[in-house]
Design a protein around this ligand. Structure first.
Ligand SMILES: [Zn+2]
Length: 460
């Protein structure tokens, strides 16, 4: 027997059986822990993947992706003869991400960019000094030369965080032409008035987008993470308006308004008699759709500018609304002698008259005690229906109205659609008409001014 040594920290002797037992216990413990841990993970995965997959996916995408819109080019507007009336020009919108700008460049960038972009230096400096901001608008839709100047300054000074994004600007190449018809767009290029509003959906394309991956700090990740969805341009709109006829109408109307000192603006419409298509329509004076917010009338403009604060903005808004209003479709019109055509058509169609029917004009005619004169002191004497129409004779048409009768007159008035709106594809058409119904119409309304002037108001 060897003498027993007394060593202080000798490991306890383990029998092979004990060893096996211990290993088994360790395995069971590890397995239990693994099952417990994975169980929690699997349960969590189940919640994320199956119960609420979209919420988490959206949150993840929001954290990892920055969505930049590429505006779609708005559709062009042409006249029937091919004159380009509204187009979209490529412009560049300048934005900044101040936190990406080096501290040393904050002041120089504010100074240089406020000068290039013609924006306020103090405001720009304040925006750049907000060191946590990642987006501020500097200027919308600048031209190529300005965008190039910004790019050159950033390159020369190694400035990061200034973004030059492609954008479009709505332009009207013909300038002060067809203002009340074309209308204009708002700051986001959406139709706000006229045809731009009526056909906004058609003219608006589909914006494209660039998805840029962001890192945990919200900074852009390298270029190869970008996804580009190309924008789809809006549809082209071709009008029934003939630019040549429109030009004649606008210049003749402007001259007439000036000559006669018209206070409440002049209106002209040229229509294709076979189809009802509008070949020209104008209200004068109107405005340049490139600059719709400037008040054209000098007197009104000065009056607005003399005001201050709330009063000024209210007056400006009222003056703009009045300037934009398409009087040709938004105001009630009491027709004059042009209404004789309706009376004439009804008389011929019912057969109470033929073109050869004879009438006498003695210069005036008495209807239920009211005397109506022929225009400009004319005495037309014996005349046929056709001659009476040609010279627009009042007594002749009062007699035609009398033959036609109240009921027939009102039936034709309705049949011509004069009680309803025309349904023209322009916004702002007045929806109600004013007219006499047969039961409210006395002999004077029937045979007097309403026959001559289409007097259709209820007020008489
Ligand atoms: Zn006459």
């Amino acid at each position: 027997m060897r003498p027993r040594k007394t060593l202080p920290a000798l490991p306890r002797h383990i029998t092979p059986e004990q060893d096996r037992h211990m290993r088994r216990r360790t395995r069971v413990l590890c397995l239990t822990m693994a099952v417990a841990c994975f169980g929690v993970l699997i349960a969590r995965l189940f919640v994320l993947q199956v119960l609420d997959p979209e919420g988490y996916a959206a949150r993840a995408a929001d954290q990892q992706l920055r969505d930049t819109v590429i505006p779609a080019e708005r559709g062009e507007i042409y006249s029937a003869d091919g004159t380009l009336l509204a187009a979209s020009e490529t412009r560049w919108t300048i934005r900044a991400s101040p936190r990406d700008l080096a501290d040393a460049l904050v002041e120089p960038a504010a100074r240089a960019l406020s000068k290039i972009l013609e924006i306020d230096y103090a405001e720009t400096l304040a925006a750049f000094s907000n060191r946590s901001s990642n987006d501020c608008l500097l200027k919308r839709r600048v031209d190529r030369a300005t965008a190039d100047a910004v790019r050159a300054w950033c390159r020369d000074n190694g400035a990061e965080g200034i973004q030059i994004r492609q954008d479009t600007k709505r332009i009207y190449p013909e300038g002060d032409f067809m203002g009340v018809l074309l209308g204009f767009t708002d700051v986001d290029n959406a139709g706000l008035w006229g045809l731009e509003l009526e056909y906004n959906e058609l003219l608006t394309g589909q914006n494209g987008r660039v998805l840029t991956a962001k890192d945990a700090w919200g900074y852009d990740m390298p270029q190869n993470y970008n996804t580009l969805v190309e924008p789809v341009p809006g549809a082209t709109l071709t009008l029934t308006i003939d630019a040549n006829i429109q030009r004649y109408l606008e210049s003749a109307l402007s001259a007439a308004v000036q000559e006669h000192h018209v206070a409440a603006r002049g209106v002209g419409i040229v229509m294709d008699v076979d189809t009802g298509a509008i070949l020209a329509m104008s209200v004068k004076p109107d405005y340049d759709p490139n600059d719709p917010r400037t008040i054209v009338n000098e007197e009104t403009r000065n009056a607005v500018n003399a005001l201050e604060g709330e009063q000024r903005s209210e007056a400006l808004q009222a003056a703009q609304q009045a300037q934009w209003r398409n009087k040709a479709i938004s105001d009630l019109y009491e027709p004059g002698s042009v209404f004789k055509l309706i009376t004439a058509a009804a008389a011929l169609d019912t057969g109470v008259c033929t073109p050869d029917s004879q009438f006498v004009c003695s210069g005036s005619i008495n209807v239920a005690g009211t005397r109506f004169r022929c225009a400009n002191g004319h005495i037309h004497g014996l005349e046929t229906f056709a001659q009476g129409l040609a010279v627009s004779c009042n007594p002749c048409f009062i007699q035609i109205g009398a033959r036609l009768g109240r009921e027939a007159f009102c039936n034709y008035f309705a049949a011509f659609g004069l009680r309803e709106a025309t349904g023209i594809d322009l916004p702002g058409e007045i929806k109600q008409s004013e007219y006499y119904t047969a039961d409210r119409m006395g002999p004077v309304q029937n045979f007097g001014p309403c026959i001559l002037h289409g007097k259709t108001q209820n007020s008489g």
